[in-house]
Design a binder for this molecule. Structure first.
Ligand code: HEM
Length: 506
């Protein structure tokens, strides 16, 4: 007779034995992995509860200083940081190690606890976050929206926005009071991206506080805060916390704004067809795009791209501009040199408008913008997840590992830059760059996932800064503390960037 009980018993013993073997293998692998990664250069004090996370200071500037110590005191090319006891992230900040990652096919890090995953409820699978075929299709589709012939048309938009900004600054120049340039720049660049990418007319700058800009700032801050708090990584837990609820409320709000913009344009296109009097903007391209089999983009795909471009297209440029002006205000001799250059380009004209043909003549300003973006890169950190093993400085880093690219430390790496903390625009003269690795300076990243909006952004910065410096001399007020960097998705200043201005005599 069949001994069912005996068979069940033997099966249980076999399953149990296999389970124990599996568990022992896992523990063994974890120990081997732990020893392997722990001997890599990095934070020495390890905790079985937090990994190295307990060592990460909570305030922005101190967190950056802590990361920079790895560069100066531990290893100048890369380091390991246990983000939890089980996740050894590698951070690279030297051209040689950054290049390995940006030249590899490593995709944007996605999945549990990764930077880009946490942006999904907001910007969805848009161009910044997507990978593979979805990304390639969107990038191919949207690249024509940034062609030089199209960018030329935007110079008048930058100038119109600068006119309004100057109107506001004139009052501050008259009163002599100190002011924070960041919120003014945010409204200015938001107005610009809405007009350029969506042909959407607004008077945001004159309206003052803008709820969309405020929601975006809060989203960007909450997004990055969540990344360094593993206890908030689970979506299920996050959505029940007050931070998570606020984040999702803000997501709903920005989605609504994006949908309004899209619907308004869709109605217009349905009634009038594609515009014949103006170029096709980014939104026209999204709405009229068809697959090989004639299928349009879905509503969600379109909204994700609109959310992506509204955020990436204004917060980055809004943050870069005050840092650039700050560097010039701290280095008045450079500011005067830029002003002399602008004056000579505009000599004999009645208007202060910067024209398309002027942009390429503002060479010294271009050097200053690069140098300011070296010191204050608007996108401080990027993240990738390895899809195949790579070798970094002779160490094999297996597929699946997370790699952080610390642009903010690369740009001040003393192995790469002399006097790394000083503002020296001349270091970007082509003669001085001869021997520099092209991966030493990557404010817009590099490789296939570089910034699609970089020419747009640089033209915008040049026009806006030229307009400001043509009219005012910027000083740093004695009575406000220096700006404190805070590394979020964008490198904001925790306490703003404050100035006093004087109208120039021309
Ligand atoms: C000073 C201004 C800017 C800086 C420093 C900057 C920097 C960057 C960087 C570093 C990346 C790579 C991100 C990553 O790997 O995760 C990126 C990607 C991107 N940027 Fe920018 N950006 C700027 C302005 C803009 C503007 C004005 C737009 C749009 C009009 C824009 C749209 C994008 C998009 C859509 C991507 C994703 C590209 C892709 O993966 O194919 N950016 N940007």
């Amino acid at each position: 007779m069949l001994d069912v009980g005996g068979i069940l018993n033997s099966c249980s013993v076999a399953v149990l034995t296999l389970g124990i073997i599996w568990l022992v293998c896992q523990i063994y692998q974890t120990i081997v992995r732990f020893h392997y990664f722990n001997q890599l250069p990095g934070e020495p004090s390890f905790s079985w509860l937090f990994g190295n996370l307990h060592k990460l200071p909570s305030t922005g500037e101190r967190r950056l200083e802590y990361g920079y110590q790895n560069v100066t005191d531990i290893n100048s090319k890369f380091s390991r940081f246990w983000f939890t006891p089980f996740r050894p992230d590698i951070t690279v900040y030297h051209p040689e190690t950054v290049k390995v990652i940006l030249k590899s096919s490593a995709p944007k890090a996605r999945g549990y606890g990764t930077v880009y995953e946490h942006a999904m409820p907001w910007i969805g699978n848009g161009l910044i976050v997507s990978n593979g075929a979805t990304w390639a299709r969107a990038r191919r589709l949207l690249t024509p929206a940034f062609h030089f012939d199209i960018l030329k048309n935007y110079v008048s938009v930058y100038n119109t926005a600068a006119d309004t900004l100057v109107e506001k600054l004139d009052k501050l120049a008259e009163s002599g009071e100190s002011f924070d340039l960041c919120p003014l720049m945010t409204l200015c660049t938001l107005e610009i991206i809405l007009k350029c990418a969506m042909s959407y007319d607004t008077d945001i700058q004159r309206e003052g506080q803008n709820p969309y800009a405020k929601a975006t700032r809060e989203l960007a801050a909450a997004w990055f805060e969540r990344n360094r708090q593993p206890w908030f990584w689970s979506d299920f837990i996050f959505k029940w916390t007050s931070k998570g609820k606020r984040f999702l409320q803000n997501c709903d709000f920005v989605h609504q704004v994006a949908e309004e913009i899209i619907n308004k344009r869709r109605d217009q296109l349905n009634k009038e067809g594609l515009p014949s009097k103006r170029h096709l903007d980014f939104l026209d391209i999204l709405l009229s795009a068809r697959d090989e089999d004639g299928k349009p983009m879905t509503d969600l795909e379109i909204r994700n791209e609109v959310d992506t471009f509204l955020f990436a297209g204004h917060d980055t440029t809004a943050t870069a501009a005050p840092w650039i002006v700050y560097c010039l205000a701290k280095n008045p001799e450079c500011q005067t040199k830029v002003q002399d250059e602008i004056d000579s380009v505009l000599e004999g004209r009645d208007s202060d408008c910067i024209m398309w043909s002027d942009i390429s003549k503002l060479n010294y300003l271009a050097l200053c913008i690069k140098e300011a973006m070296r010191l204050y890169p608007p996108a401080p950190f990027l993240q990738r997840r390895l899809n195949e093993d790579v070798t970094i400085e002779g160490h094999k880093i297996p597929a699946g590992n997370i790699i952080n690219i610390a642009i903010v430390h690369l740009h001040r790496n003393p192995d790469v830059w002399d006097q790394p903390h000083d503002f020296i625009p001349e270091r970007f003269l082509s003669t001085n760059l001869k021997d520099k690795d092209s991966f030493s300076f990557i404010p817009f990243s590099a490789g296939s996932r570089n910034c699609i909006g970089q020419n747009f952004a640089l033209n915008e910065e040049k026009v806006l800064i030229a307009r400001l410096l043509r009219r005012y001399f910027f000083k740093i007020p004695a009575d406000v503390p220096p700006p404190k960097r805070i590394p979020q998705a964008v490198l904001h200043s925790e306490n703003g960037v404050w100035f006093q201005i004087q109208k120039r005599k021309k």
